[in-house]
Design a binder for this molecule. Structure first.
Ligand code: SF4
Ligand code: SF4
Length: 422
């Protein structure tokens, strides 16, 4: 369409040191009107949702693609690619792209325009949840969490059974009937999953050796639900958050020790919005300055590489504490993977990915956990150390599926502490 130049406002003349900056020599092109387009409103359907606005800010620099773990695993993904599809009129809500993002935050870290997938994804997914357009495996987990208070579908009455099963010395707040220095919010996987319970037993032992004054909620605890919030189930998140906050207040809790970085994220950033303002600390941050108080009896002689959990590292800025814990264990030689700290790879479990393995297998060349295990093996490490309850089971499965059994073992950092304590 020809441009009606009379409609274009002329610049004022700008002269600096006798040079007219606004003269024609300094104009690359004639002034013109640039028309934006959104063929079927696909872009607006995302940017109009509160939280989805920043999708429209992308200026297509491409920085986000090489750091996106889903794209690296062959998922043809990243904010830029979603933006291009929206421009072409391909809607996000019914597209599998809506569920591929693990909310790992690596794209936001490098994006000059602050296109924020950590807000875009939950907001758009919430619209899909309200529209009943959720992958079935995720919907099943939403339902079992709603019914049982945990995503594993286990009986809520058995939530504290790990204490007797593992021979740990841990009291519930109900039994203690007094305020404690800190409440240990154990979490669902560390309460029910076989390998999660191993780490819980180890942490209970270390806390007792340190003489910590703590209690757990036991059967009164319910899932933190942060991953469900990120997967779009805001209603479930809020209901559980309100319940947990009420229970913390009932026991006059001031400080909360967290096993799970996802729970740490929820309690630190989301619970205050719902009236729950508590001091929160991840167990790695709690233990790191106390390592010299422990009497380690055994030298481990392991080459260890460490996987930064997205929700502890990038999301909450804690990179050093788990490394300091590992470095203080006698005999451990810590070696880093190429992708580590701020640029760490993602295990694939965040943002609902924990329950979307079947769905994701149709959209990537290899599971994200498998990619990460291969990176760990390349370092020559004997042990892949973790400090997030999602990771032990994900990486142990990936060690098997990539044929690395016998080459690499997966251990929580507190399990390594337990082994060295003898
Ligand atoms: S880094 Fe940001 S601005 Fe650049 S392409 Fe990706 S989303 Fe767009
Ligand atoms: S948050 Fe992570 S998984 Fe999602 S698009 Fe960004 S880099 Fe990819």
């Amino acid at each position: 369409m020809p441009v009606d130049k009379s409609q274009i406002k002329e610049f004022e003349k700008a002269v600096v040191d006798g040079i007219e900056l606004t003269a024609d020599w300094n104009r690359m092109f004639d002034q013109r009107v640039v028309f934006d387009y959104d063929p079927n409103g696909a872009m607006d359907k995302v940017t109009d949702i509160p939280g989805g606005e920043s999708m429209g800010w992308c200026y297509q620099c491409g920085q986000c693609i090489p750091v996106c773990p889903v794209d690296i695993a062959g998922g043809d993904y990243g904010p830029l690619k979603i933006f291009r599809k929206l421009q072409q009129g391909i809607e996000l809500l019914p597209d599998p792209d809506l569920w591929k993002c693990t909310t790992c935050m690596n794209c936001l870290r490098v994006c000059p325009k602050a296109v924020n997938m950590i807000e875009i994804m939950p907001a758009t997914r919430e619209a899909a949840v309200l529209d009943a357009k959720v992958p079935k495996e995720l919907q099943d987990v939403f339902e079992s969490t709603f019914e049982y208070g945990n995503p594993l579908g286990e009986s809520p009455r058995k939530r504290a059974d790990w204490v007797t099963e593992t021979g740990s010395t841990v009291s519930t707040m109900k039994d203690l009937a007094r305020p404690v220095d800190m409440l240990w919010f154990v979490g669902s996987y560390p309460s029910y999953h076989a390998r999660g319970k191993d780490a819980s037993r180890a942490l209970a032992k270390v806390l007792n050796l340190l003489g910590a004054d703590f209690g757990i909620l036991g059967t009164e605890e319910k899932d933190d639900c942060d991953s469900f919030r990120l997967a779009g189930e805001t209603g479930l998140f809020e209901e559980f958050a309100e319940y947990n906050i009420k229970t913390f207040k009932k026991y006059k809790v001031k400080k909360i020790l967290l096993t799970d970085p996802h729970a740490l994220n929820a309690f630190r950033k989301e619970y205050p919005k719902l009236g729950g303002d508590f001091e929160v600390i991840h167990y790695s941050t709690f233990l790191a300055p106390l390592m010299d108080k422990l009497d380690f009896k055994k030298k481990l002689n392991y080459k260890v590489t460490f996987h930064d959990p997205c929700y502890l590292g990038r999301h909450n800025g804690e990179f050093d504490a788990p490394r300091n814990v590992l470095k203080a264990i006698p005999g451990i030689d810590l070696i880093e993977m190429g992708r580590c700290r701020e640029n760490s790879y993602c295990c694939g479990g965040g943002g609902g990915g924990m329950w979307l393995d079947g769905f994701m297998s149709d959209h990537v060349n290899e599971r994200l956990s498998e990619k990460r295990v291969r990176e760990a093996v390349e370092t020559g490490a004997d042990v892949l150390a973790v400090c997030c309850p999602y990771e032990v089971s994900r990486f142990e499965d990936a060690v098997k599926s990539t044929g690395n059994e016998g080459k690499l073992i997966v251990r929580d950092i507190v399990e390594l502490m337990e082994e060295a304590l003898g």
